[in-house]
Design a protein around this ligand. Structure first.
Ligand code: FRU
Length: 312
């Protein structure tokens, strides 16, 4: 049993699922610094990396390593950055053939200061690329897709996409990530089977503690399961009809890189549920994976390393 009460009855879980991720792809310029600089300081980076980023594409890259057949749908510029993104997705085996090209568009970029002292990442994100709209989503062939995961952005259009996913692909599980508050985001509370919220979303919604936020969300959604990542505390979750549960964190011996840890948590939850684990097992395993990720740089080779370390 998948453990989400209102899942479509004909959902068949298997070790490998066809998963569609709808959201952004970015170019991340990561500067590793000794410690986070003060305002108006000038510091030298100790190392620099240029990698493909973006929450949904990060999650897909992890899900593909876990053996799922993944496709990405989002907008893509026509510049060197977009070529880099496509190369990286291809390297991970994520199908990006459906991506919508924006003529003359510029790849969204994140300038990231990664502190070697703490492993924390500070992100300055710039985007000037139109978001995917519902019309483009409706043109994407959903036949055979078993799981559709959205980023909680562009609420009006995304709400339409969720409605058409539920109607056009009734056998698929629909999940959504709520990472940042946006005007009208409540429109995304109803429709998904699974909500994956983040601490910054809860805090920006006025909740200092996870339990109160989950109770608030629960009253406003028809999702069967709400999961809330809470950084170094792990994750909290609420199954419809149940009480708030806690999956404690598994911090690495040394925190090296927290960039994308939430995206790994989301991938871990999706993978566990798609494999038929109970919600408690799936979330505990996802929290272990996210903690393991924080002890390594980037997400390349994450799953092989996590398996070798018996984290999965
Ligand atoms: C990490 C990340 C980065 C990206 C930023 C976008 O979660 O997806 O890869 O630059 O967040 O908000």
């Amino acid at each position: 049993m998948l453990g989400i009460p209102d899942l479509p009855p004909d959902f068949r879980h298997s070790a490998v699922s066809r998963i569609l991720g709808v959201g952004i792809a970015t170019l991340d310029l990561i500067n590793e610094v000794d410690s986070y600089p003060a305002e108006d300081a000038e510091v030298r980076a100790l190392a620099q990396r240029r990698v493909r980023g973006g929450n949904v594409t990060n999650s897909l890259a992890v899900l593909a390593q876990l053996g799922h057949r993944c496709a990405w749908l989002g907008t893509l510029a026509e510049d060197a950055g977009s070529r880099h993104i496509l190369e990286d997705l291809a390297r991970h085996g994520v199908d990006a053939a459906g991506a919508i090209r924006v003529p003359g568009g510029t790849t969204p970029t994140s300038y990231i200061a990664l502190s070697r002292a703490t492993g924390s990442r500070t992100i300055v994100h710039f985007r000037d690329l139109p978001e995917l709209d519902a019309a483009a989503f409706e043109r994407f062939p959903l036949a055979g897709i078993q799981w559709i995961h959205f980023e909680g952005r562009h609420p009006t259009e995304t709400a339409r996409m969720i409605a058409s996913a539920r109607c056009g692909c009734p056998g698929a599980v629909v999940s959504i990530e709520l990472e940042k508050p946006r005007p009208g985001i409540e429109a995304l509370f109803e429709g998904p089977h699974l909500i994956l919220a983040g601490r910054s979303f809860a805090e920006a919604s006025g909740f200092a503690r996870p339990g109160a936020f989950l109770a608030h969300l629960y009253a406003r959604t028809d999702a069967g399961l709400c999961v809330l990542g809470w950084g170094a505390e792990g994750a909290y979750y609420l199954v419809r009809g149940g009480t708030v549960q806690h999956a404690p964190a598994h911090p690495p011996a040394r925190v090296i890189d927290t960039l994308g840890a939430g995206d790994c948590l989301n991938a871990g939850v999706i993978d566990g549920l798609a494999r038929g684990l109970s919600h408690g097992e799936a979330i505990a395993r996802a929290v272990r994976l996210a903690g393991f990720k924080c002890g390594r740089r980037g997400i390349d080779g994450l799953i092989a390393a996590a398996s070798a370390a018996a984290v999965l």
